[in-house]
Structures are given as C-alpha cells and as structure tokens.
Design a protein around this ligand. Structure first.
Ligand code: 5RP
Length: 255
C-alpha cells in the first residue's frame, strides 16, 4: 500500500501537535468529503467508536446546514451507531432493505502497512465486519496512534474475538495452543461480569505474541473455524483506503 499526505483547511500550524480528538476529526471529515458525494452516494455504512462520531457530525452538517444528501441512507454497525444516526436525524437503513452499500466508514484500533486492521475495541466487530463486507468500499478513519508498520506496535489489548458464551473457555485454550499468547474474557468495569455484545455474545481479547511473524489471513481463517467463534476483529484485505489524522494537523491517506 502507499501513503499520501494532504494538508487540511484547518488553522493548525505545521509545528503544532494537535489533540487525539482533533486528529480523529480531521481523518473523519477527510473521508466524508472524499467518499460521500452529492447525487452519487446513496447508502453509507456507519461504523462504531469515537472517531466515527465526527463523520456522522459532518454528514449531519451537510444534510441540515448545506442542504445536501437528504436521501442518504445510513446503515449502522452497532447500537451506538444506530443511536448516532437517529440523534442526528439521518435516514436509518438496514441490510434487509439495503444489502449493498456504496461505502462503509469505520474506525480501527490498529492498522498495519498492508491495511490489515484490528477492530472491536468497542466490541462491535461482528456487525462492523458484516456491514463492511456489504460495502463496495470500506474506508477507515483513525488518529495517528492507530498507525503501525506491523500489528502489535500500538494495540496492546490484542485481537477481539466474539464468541458464543458457552464456548469461551475451549476457544481460549484452542487459540493459545494454535498461535501462542493469551486470550482473556473481556469483563465489564468493576468486574461486574463479562461484557455482552449487541449480539448477545462474549468477547475474548487475544494478546498475540507481538514479536512473532503471523500470516493474518491464515490466523483469521483458522480462528473462525473453531466452533463457537462468531467473528474476529481481524479485517484482512477489506480496507480500501485509510485516513489518519496526524499530530501535525495533516491527514495521511494510505491505499
Ligand atoms: C468498535 C471499533 C472501533 O471502530 C475501534 O475501536 C476504534 O474506535 P475509536 O474510533 O474510538 O478509536 O472497532 O468495535
């Protein structure tokens, strides 16, 4: 993949370091400007997390302030995304009615030099992957802390894996035996019990061996074959373009 930088129209001076939130906003807005085209883009997948909020805000601005995109249909990837769409008075769609999307925009927890992404920090990986797979283009938006040469540089919580509650222990043991590292059941704050996803499942966070050379396509397929695994947070060969808001106020695009 290749990388290009373009400067933004913001007032950030090149020498300044911007906040993570500003970086997220720059990336999200750049993606919306490039991929959501008046009169062309009809259906967009809306990802989950904190970065996508800025993309939805920009979409709402274009609909409600600029008088554009009034027919745009937004398909959510989570309960959070659905609420975002409704809160901004955008048109809510679903995959029953809109199984083919023009583009899906989503955040990521880490992106490597081949645009393999780890997703699911917010636990929404299954619906996120389904929606991304229904889109003609999958576009990632993130701040500069998510950009790596190889996975494991930034993301220390590991690869999220959505599993059937009944099978979390055998799945954990199988993953550790096959690929090393440690897989931990994701717990709610204050150890109130396991986190339950929008789909009623549990999450394992697999801390892989950061120094080991993994073939992520193979790992993804092998883990998916374990009975009880619903989905992995490894998005291999899916991202079409990634936008990173950089510390200097520029946006770096990777294709
Ligand atoms: C949720 C996700 C998010 O897209 C990912 O965690 C990035 O989140 P943020 O934009 O808050 O950094 O995969 O399941």
């Amino acid at each position: 993949s290749s990388i290009g930088t373009f400067s933004t129209s913001s007032t950030v001076k090149m020498s300044e370091t911007i906040s993570l939130d500003q970086a997220k906003k720059l990336a999200a807005r750049a993606a919306v400007e490039e991929w959501i085209i008046e009169g062309e883009t009809k259906i967009v997948g809306i990802g989950s997390g904190s970065t996508i909020v800025y993309a939805v805000e920009r979409l709402a601005e274009r609909v409600w302030k600029d008088g554009e995109l009034s027919d745009l249909i937004c398909v959510p990837t989570s309960f959070q995304a659905r609420s975002l769409i409704l809160d901004h008075n955008l048109n809510l769609g679903d995959l029953d009615r809109y199984p083919i999307l023009d583009v899906a925009i989503d955040g990521a927890d880490e992106v490597d030099s081949r645009m393999v992404c780890i997703k699911g920090g917010g636990g929404c990986l299954m619906q996120e992957k389904i929606v991304a797979a229904c889109a003609k283009r999958f576009v990632v938006v993130a701040d500069y802390t998510k950009k790596s040469l190889r996975l494991g540089e930034q993301w220390c919580k590991g690869v999220p894996i959505e599993v059937a509650p009944i099978a979390h222990v055998p799945i954990k043991l199988k993953i550790e035996a096959m690929f090393g590292g440690e897989a931990h059941l994701r717990m709610a704050k204050a150890k109130a019990g396991p986190i339950v996803t929008d789909n009623g499942n549990f999450l394992l966070d697999w801390k892989f061996v950061a120094k080991r050379e993994y073939d992520w396509d193979e790992v993804n397929h092998a883990i998916k074959m374990i009975p009880g695994v619903m989905e992995t947070g490894l998005f291999v060969g899916m991202a079409h373009k990634c936008y990173f808001g950089m510390a200097d106020g520029n946006v770096k695009a990777q294709v």
